[in-house]
Design a binder for this molecule. Structure first.
Ligand code: ZN
Length: 155
């Protein structure tokens, strides 16, 4: 079965950035519902079960360009009490609409904390090695929810 919109696709992948393996594993996703980064989903369109391929995904079709304005200084007291605020630590802030905004601590100087709201992979070109393990039609319920019900999905 070929990969097209509303099919559930299981892939095995290896993600490399600047020649370094950052992540590998298996994931099942609902094709055509923006559940994967754009460049990877485009590369999977029309592929068949058992196919293997390698694809370069530019930052614009992955996690977007790096935004220098994403780096901000916030007061230490803005963090939860007792939180370990150290370089590299990740937290969630909320935007005015209440949506979670992940951030990474860059530097701590006294009561001032420099944080970066950019995704850690923003501005990076990604390289994927992909194997298409399985393709099946989505169930009614999966289409209604816009995601896959497989492997640890709870409601
Ligand atoms: Zn669901």
């Amino acid at each position: 079965m070929k990969i097209e919109r509303d099919r559930v696709v299981k892939i095995r992948y290896t993600l490399e950035v600047e020649g370094e393996v950052l992540d590998q594993g298996e994931v099942a996703y609902l094709h055509g519902h923006q559940n994967l980064i754009q460049g990877l989903e485009e590369a999977l369109e029309g592929r068949d079960e058992g196919e293997s391929f390698r694809v370069q995904v530019p930052a614009e079709k992955a996690y977007g360009p790096y935004d220098p304005e994403g780096v901000q200084v916030v007061p230490l007291e803005a963090f939860p009490e007792g939180a370990e605020v150290v370089p590299g630590a990740q937290f969630y802030a909320q935007d005015p609409a209440g949506n979670p905004m992940p951030l990474t601590v860059v530097e701590v100087q006294g009561d001032e904390v420099t944080v970066d709201f950019n995704h850690p992979l923003a501005g990076k070109d990604l390289s994927f090695e992909v194997e298409v393990l399985k393709v099946r039609p989505a169930t009614e319920e999966e289409l209604l929810h816009g995601h896959v019900h497989e492997g640890g999905h709870h409601h």
